[in-house]
Ligand binder design. Structure first.
Ligand SMILES: Cc1ncc(COP(=O)(O)O)c(C=O)c1O
Length: 389
């Protein structure tokens, strides 16, 4: 901690905890203290820690080839892209490393798509309270002043609409709109799902004006909501043109992707986009293994997520300062009438890792392997802390 204080850029407000290793849903600090991990590296460690099947393919592939660049083919990128096409209903993938990088690719796709129709068709419609990453393009469509203000002016021609404001969408989307960016469950914004009718409206207007719908599923996608993607929760789903995802897809290795339909994919031709590390053999092979396991886990995510939601609601009924419990599957938030930071610190002292987003929302993103018993343990700790307030 002292070395970081002296030598590392002071951009993170870290908790005073040095972690060393993990197993399943538990993680241990350097002194050997055990914590129940209900934040999973902010939604990354989908299978918890040291999952035997992930370890096996990691070890095997690391001994064969970690990286070969996108100058050449390897055996896993095409297979993974096929898998993602089957999962999304879209047909072409670009591999990146992070959510922000994937978002940049999606924005470039939308801009190039618009420009091919009309050079003045470059506007992006995005949502207030959203978060899409820290790079300049992703920041430009992020609808929260605290992330943007020190870096303005950002990309011009981004219009922001309040989430679930259908009339606002009607005003904002027009013939000069190239893309409409939707974070299906706003994560950093406080676990706020978009209404299905709002998503449907965005889809209809985008189709009418030949704009692309970009679903940012970086935090809420790839199994976490109990379906592959959050946009698939409504039936029939409003299919986006581009899906952006990252966090859990390679269980802790950096891997992000965009999957696009033919219309959107046609906007990127050879030489127009790329990434040195994106889609390497190690990350792709781990992702393939993860997706096999995910198919087996989806019913459990729905079941345990539902149980967790009910348990948090029971807690909410006992404490007047809980305003709302929100979310789906294993992406849940408890909105409080006061800041949640101290509760996060107190939970850590009790052996539970969670975090607080949007100042007042306790955020729970446990690994997909979490059990009802572990949910009971976490809820018991939160209940104990609430009772002290
Ligand atoms: C919805 C969403 N989009 C994009 C990002 C950026 O992802 P990354 O930090 O991997 O660049 C995040 C990160 O939290 C996110 O939640």
């Amino acid at each position: 901690m002292d070395l970081e204080q002296e030598y590392v850029l002071q951009n993170y407000a870290r908790y005073p905890l040095v972690l060393a290793r993990g197993k399943g849903c538990h993680i241990y600090d350097v002194e050997g203290r055990r914590y129940l991990d209900f934040i999973s590296g902010i939604g990354v460690n989908a299978l918890g820690h040291a999952h035997p099947r992930i370890l096996k393919v990691l070890r095997e592939q690391a001994g064969l080839m970690i990286h070969c660049s996108n100058l050449y083919y390897h055996q896993y990128q095409g297979r993974l892209a096929k898998r993602l096409a089957e999962m999304t209903g879209l047909n072409r993938t670009f591999f990146a490393n992070t959510g922000s990088e994937a978002m940049e690719g999606a924005l470039k796709m939308a801009k190039s798509h618009g420009r091919a129709i009309n050079p003045a068709k470059y506007e992006i419609v995005a949502l207030e309270n959203s978060f899409h990453g820290r790079t300049l393009g992703a920041l430009s469509v992020t609808g929260q002043a605290k992330y943007r203000q020190d870096f303005e002016p950002l990309l011009p021609s981004v219009k922001f609409v309040a989430p679930n404001d259908e009339a606002g969408l009607e005003q904002a989307i027009s013939g000069v709109t190239a893309g409409v960016v939707l974070e299906m469950i706003q994560g950093e914004g406080g676990i706020c799902p978009l209404n299905p009718s709002f998503v449907q409206k965005a889809r209809e207007l985008a189709s009418l004006f030949h704009a692309l719908v970009i679903a940012d599923e970086t935090q809420c996608g790839v199994g976490r909501p109990g379906t592959y993607f959050a946009y698939q929760r409504s039936s029939p789903p409003a299919l986006p043109d581009i899906v952006v995802a990252a966090k859990p897809v390679a269980c802790g290795l950096p891997l992000g992707f965009i999957v696009a339909n033919s219309k959107a994919a046609a906007a990127i031709r050879p030489g127009m986009h790329g990434s040195t590390f994106g889609g390497g053999p190690l990350a792709c092979r781990v992702a393939l293994e993860f997706l096999d396991i995910l198919d087996e886990l989806l019913p459990a995510i729905q079941r345990v997520g539902g149980y967790f939601h009910v348990s948090l609601n029971e807690l909410a009924r006992k404490h007047g300062f809980v305003k709302e419990v929100r979310g789906f599957g294993l992406m849940l938030g408890v909105d409080l009438a006061m800041p949640g930071k101290q509760i996060v610190l107190d939970a850590m002292a009790e052996g539970l890792l969670i975090n607080c987003t949007h100042d007042t929302v306790l955020r729970f993103l446990p690994p997909y392997i979490v059990t009802e018993k572990e949910v009971d343990q976490a809820v018991k700790i939160v209940g104990k802390l609430f009772a002290r307030i």
